[in-house]
Design a protein around this ligand. Structure first.
Ligand code: AMP
Ligand code: GLY
Length: 427
């Protein structure tokens, strides 16, 4: 079977690594890929947002399965376009991908499905949004409606900050048309956790929980990033609660989409805040998380092709996931300055030593140049390892990381600490 993976991040390297392990897969193509995916298959220089070119590539290379990684091709309708061209593409249709592409759409769906979330209002006029902020006061959360590369959410501590955010998003269109509407919602407090489930339109089969670390610096300080590290399982959402949490935040939404005539196939990812009043959904993504995908796929023992096919064929209700009882943890190595401006081109070495004890260095913003791997993006690597518990996985990941050499790089030294503190508190 020939597989085409779309994207160029650490998630796509993990997908290529995992899919290549399937005895059913003979060839892996990655469009456009990175320095690491080139080790797992063949990189093809087609942009992840160029749907016609991706369909042409699928035709030319006669692929049997397409797996998009990031949200952009999904929200642009890659699944519909591939399906029309006769290809099986694992992910939601353009309609269903709005659950990630439009926060207002997601809120409406949650309301209809009875899913707990922060109460909110959607505005298409700046003066009305401002009046609402003055009435509600701070802290309050302002979100651009559309996709904004993870930057469209402002958790405002003061009224001034919130007003400034609205002016940025709606007035100055800092995120373009993503700012035609804003969602203003109540501030929630608690620990965040991610729940991802395979979906076949009717049935949802959850993966174990994972926890991302969105803030740039230790102690969850500094600006928001795409994610600086992740681990699974997260003690805040233990395996014994997976089914009930899936019933609360995933299955009602799947049912509602099916009821509206648009069954959701692919991965539905609920970003949750565990508040003192119970779990609340912060957002949905219509895909694997990055970097959550890296530790999750390290724990998944099932053949990913089999699971994906069960989703296409509506057989998830008869399918079980085989998951390693180990914990897995990934630490992102970023270029200095990320998520702001950062340098590129630094040489990276130490891969073999880092991977000597079973860890895997998933590559994200890297490229091959003169036979060497060099930094080519903000998040550069995700060094991921397993261990028989969270502490062991963290120990193994950081031990592996110590072998990686890259100038002008940085990473968080506290990935997994929240989970460890929670586990220690229970002993
Ligand atoms: P989102 O893209 O909606 O997940 O938001 C990005 C980040 O902003 C989340 O991971 C949270 O850390 C934070 N956030 C979003 N909504 C809220 C909220 N209602 N209360 C507090 N923090 C929030
Ligand atoms: N790790 C968060 C995301 O993929 O959206």
């Amino acid at each position: 079977m020939r597989v085409l993976i779309i994207g160029s991040g650490g998630r796509e390297h993990a997908l290529a690594w995992k899919l290549r392990q399937s005895p059913r897969v003979s060839e892996v193509l990655i469009a456009p890929g990175n320095g690491g995916t080139a080790l797992e298959g063949e990189n093809v220089p087609v942009d992840a947002g160029d749907i016609p070119a991706l369909v042409a590539l699928a035709r030319e290379r006669k692929v049997d399965l397409v797996v998009p990684g990031p949200e952009l091709p999904l929200t642009l309708g890659v699944v519909d376009a591939m399906r029309e061209a006769g290809f099986r593409c694992f992910g939601p249709s353009k309609w269903c991908a709005q659950v990630e592409g439009s926060k207002a759409f997601a809120k409406r769906l949650m309301e209809k499905a009875g899913v707990p979330t922060a109460s909110c209002r959607v505005f298409d006029r700046q003066d009305e949004a401002e009046a609402w902020i003055r009435q509600k006061g701070a802290p309050i959360v302002v979100k651009a409606d559309g996709l904004a590369a993870g930057k469209g959410v402002i958790v405002a501590k003061t009224e001034g900050e919130a007003l400034e955010a609205v002016a940025d998003i709606m007035g100055r269109r800092a995120f373009g048309e993503a700012g035609a509407h804003v969602v203003i919602e109540d501030f929630l407090e608690g620990e965040e956790v991610s729940l991802l489930a395979f979906c076949d339109g009717e049935t949802a089969l959850p993966l174990p929980s994972a926890q991302d670390h969105k803030a740039a610096y230790d102690g969850d300080t500094g600006p928001n990033t795409g994610g600086m590290g992740a681990y699974s399982p997260a003690p805040v959402l233990p395996d014994r609660d997976l089914e009930s949490m899936t019933d609360l935040v995933i299955r009602p939404v799947i049912r509602e989409m099916a009821r509206e005539g648009h069954p959701f196939t692919g991965i539905l990812y609920a970003g949750l805040m565990m508040t003192k009043d119970g779990p609340k959904v912060l957002e949905y993504n219509a895909r694997f998380g990055d970097p959550e995908c890296q530790p999750l796929l390290m724990r998944l023992e099932s053949d990913l092709v089999d699971i994906i096919e069960a989703c296409f064929d509506h057989r998830l209700k008869d399918t079980a996931l085989r998951i390693s009882p180990d914990s897995a943890l990934g630490v992102v190595v970023a270029a200095e300055g990320y998520p702001g401006s950062y340098p590129k081109g630094m040489e990276i070495s130490g891969f073999a030593e880092a991977e000597a004890n079973g860890a895997k260095v998933f590559q994200a913003g890297t490229a091959r140049k003169d036979g060497k791997i060099v930094a080519n993006g903000g998040r550069v690597l995700c060094v991921t390892a397993r261990g028989n518990d969270l502490a062991a996985a963290a120990g193994n990941a950081y031990a592996a990381l110590s072998h990686v050499r890259m100038e002008r790089s940085r990473y968080r030294s506290d990935i997994g600490q929240k989970g460890l503190r929670r586990t220690a508190g229970k002993k």
